[in-house]
Design a protein around this ligand. Structure first.
Ligand code: 13P
Ligand code: ZN
Length: 265
């Protein structure tokens, strides 16, 4: 970044650009759809603390004590993933949370206003830090087939969609062993959406926002993206079979059990 000379931080900017490109290529990022954040506190808190703010402070909907003083790379609100991919520094911000965890300021590279889903992103980072989990990256995106499946009430009962997606191809259970948690439809950008997502973070790999999109966390951003990609592949296999005119049988319970035992899932 121009305002901070830090190679590790630049590598995180590069991976945001890389994943933003994947989201666009997948067709998951219409207009400004989706957002990304990375907790970079361990990489640059001291340098970020020394920078004069470009904008803010902005009060957070609720104080976040576990990330007080922390800093985060976040995609900007209204910014297109295809341009995050090609011109990341113009479309993401480095923000610094105040020492009391109640507000944030934008410190680099330009005064890009963070995503409207900041309550979810920062609340999740606060939760992860609070319980000592290692994940530092959060991605939210709009995967077509997975969203379509949430329009069927029959798929929304607990773990119905997870079992269906697992049964489409063995890799899905292997790489997404905890499956997909479902948040009922909730207003985008709201603290309630953040809180409902956090409630499912320990139990599942990926959280689905009904009729809206998916959210995943990862130790790095590639890992978070891959989790959604794996589930999306299963959803596409299901859709493909349905459009060929049949309901896919899916792997049997015995085949799933064999997989579970073989891979210690
Ligand atoms: P932002 O452009 O504010 O990140 O919003 C995109 C989105 O997907 C909201 O859920
Ligand atoms: Zn969204």
């Amino acid at each position: 970044m121009k305002r901070i000379d830090n190679k590790e931080l630049d590598l995180r900017v590069e991976v945001i650009a890389e994943v933003a490109g994947y989201l666009w290529e997948r067709g998951w990022a219409e207009r400004n759809g989706g957002n990304i954040s990375i907790n970079v506190t361990e990489l640059c808190a001291a340098e970020a603390a020394a920078l004069p703010a470009l904008d803010g402070p902005y009060v957070l909907p609720k104080a976040l004590p576990h990330i007080a003083g922390g800093c985060f790379l976040v995609t900007g609100t209204g910014r297109r993933m295809r341009y995050v991919a090609s011109r990341p520094l113009e479309n993401i911000a480095l923000i610094r949370v105040a020492a009391d965890g109640a507000s944030y300021e934008i410190v680099a590279d330009e005064a890009v206003r963070p995503t409207s889903e900041l309550p979810a992103h920062l609340s999740i980072h606060d939760y992860l830090a609070g319980v000592g989990r290692p994940e530092r990256a959060v991605v939210h995106t709009h995967p077509i087939e997975l969203i379509a499946m949430t329009h069927n009430p029959a798929f929304l009962d607990k773990d119905v969609l997870t079992r269906l997606l697992w049964s489409m191809i063995p890799e899905t259970r292997a790489f997404c062993p905890k499956g997909l948690g479902i948040v009922p439809y909730t207003l985008p950008g709201s603290q309630l959406l953040a809180d409902r997502t956090i409630d499912l973070l320990d139990e599942y790999d990926v959280v689905m926002w009904t009729k809206h999109g998916a959210l995943a966390v990862g130790t790095d951003l590639i890992e978070a993206f891959d989790q959604i990609d794996v589930l999306s592949k299963s959803a596409r296999i299901y859709e493909s079979a349905r459009s060929m005119g049949f309901v896919p049988t899916g792997m049997s319970d015995a085949e799933m059990q064999e997989l579970k035992e073989a891979f210690g899932l």
